[in-house]
Design a binder for this molecule. Sequence first.
Ligand code: UDP
Length: 234
Amino acid sequence: MQKLDKIYEGKAKILYTTEDPASLIQYFKDDATAFNAQKRGTIAEKGIMNNGIASKIFEHLKAKGIETHFVQWLNDREMLVKRVEIVPLEVIVRNRAAGSLCRLLGLAEGANLSCPTLEFCYKNDALGDPQVNEYHIRALNFATDDEVKKITALAFKINEVLKKFFLDLKIELIDFKIEFGRINNHIILADEISPDTCRLWEVGTGNKLDKDRFRRDLGNIEEAYQEVLRRVTQ
Ligand code: UDP
């Protein structure tokens, strides 16, 4: 499949059109950003590792009956995806407290939650992806009520599938961010799922195998991503 025009470049990925109007090539970069892009850097071969990890995760979700935009892994840094209209929401699911939830509620990192939680943020870099609720989403037409219902159900289902997927690899899924797209009047999972977008703690040691190593300068960043890739492809 030939790359034609670049139609979008984000912080970690680029999207290109192809000869097929219904398909795009999603290219994974090594660039890393944190704290609303105030911290920038590169993680060597991150794009290769995230393309591999995300491909495996999308294949697993498909096997579990969850529709995604993933079509196939193409090469080291590229996957073929279905063209969708991205819903302008970041959906965050949490199994334990970390990051912004700790700051918001004064919780200790890793504090237990008695059930998973879900938050919506409006995808807008200039505003720092502010959290919004279902009333904002309805009033500003970010998504319909029916779409919000579907997205919510899908997000919790994806959480259950991924919690088990990672636990089998001796990794605890602490939280993650996902995005959805519209295609033929329905909603499917889009974007990526990788150590850039999840918090992944090694069972037993609590070692962080995700972008927090970059955010907090913990070192061994490439090794952590490599370890996730090794486990998901084992
Ligand atoms: N996340 C993401 N992109 C964002 C914001 C968050 O992928 O723009 C992921 C993040 O990696 C973590 C989860 O969503 O796995 C929850 O992030 P949180 O709200 O705690 O934000 P942070 O502490 O990173 O500011």
